[in-house]
Ligand binder design. Structure first.
Ligand code: GAR
Length: 200
């Protein structure tokens, strides 16, 4: 069985969508993959309760208790590597990762970003899309590379920007689509790497 480790910082709705897709057999038997653990840098992340309710192992590593970004990432890598994951999935994980972390999981590290990349990398994507007068917004699943929000694009979803949209209303519309494309992109990624076994 191939392990997936998911990193979260917040509500964990994308994590739950991926867990449910895996459990409901929507991925088919051939993928031979399961979500083995959910890790968070915040003890108060709502997604931790969601993960526990879904029967997934959870672990908190509070980044504020580490002296440096490198020290936090080293501890995070040690925790992730306990599961020897075939795939590491960032799902609303709001820490910037060190080059060493990105290199360690190169080719098996995915992220979802709430904009139509390459437009609006970084923060406040929905307000920036509204301010720019965009008629469409969306989300992007991409591979993670050393440059923030710039890895190869695996999937995108597009939604309209409506006349009276706020950042919140647009974010909610985009998030609904994220829950469709992220589990699908994870499944397609695993299907394209059938020989990829768990890694140490
Ligand atoms: C999602 O909208 C995701 O695209 C975004 O955080 C939200 C997490 O929601 N990610 C980023 O902004 C990463 N730069 P969730 O915790 O309910 O999945």
């Amino acid at each position: 069985m191939r392990n997936i480790v998911i990193l979260i910082s917040g509500s964990g709705s994308n994590m739950a969508a991926i867990v449910r897709a895996a459990e409901q057999g929507r991925w088919g038997q051939g993928l031979n993959a399961r979500v083995a653990a959910v890790l968070s840098n915040r003890a108060d992340a709502q997604g931790l309760d969601l993960a526990r309710d879904l029967g997934i192992a959870t672990q908190v590593l509070d980044h504020k208790t580490f002296a440096s970004r490198e020290a936090f990432d080293a501890a995070l890598m040690a925790e992730i590597d306990r599961y020897a994951p075939a795939l590491v999935v960032l799902a609303g994980f709001v820490r910037i990762l060190t080059p060493g972390f990105v290199a360690r999981y190169a080719g098996r590290l995915l992220n979802i970003h709430p904009s139509l990349l390459p437009a609006f990398p970084g923060l406040n994507t929905h307000q920036r899309a509204i301010d720019a007068g965009c008629r469409f917004a969306g989300a992007t699943v991409h591979q993670v590379t050393a440059e923030l929000d710039h890895g190869a694009i695996l999937a995108q979803a597009v939604v309209p920007v409506l006349l009276n949209d706020t950042a919140e209303s647009l974010a909610a519309r985009v998030l609904t689509q994220e829950h469709w494309i992220y589990p699908q992109a994870v499944a397609e990624f695993l299907a394209q790497s059938p020989m990829r076994s768990n890694r140490g």
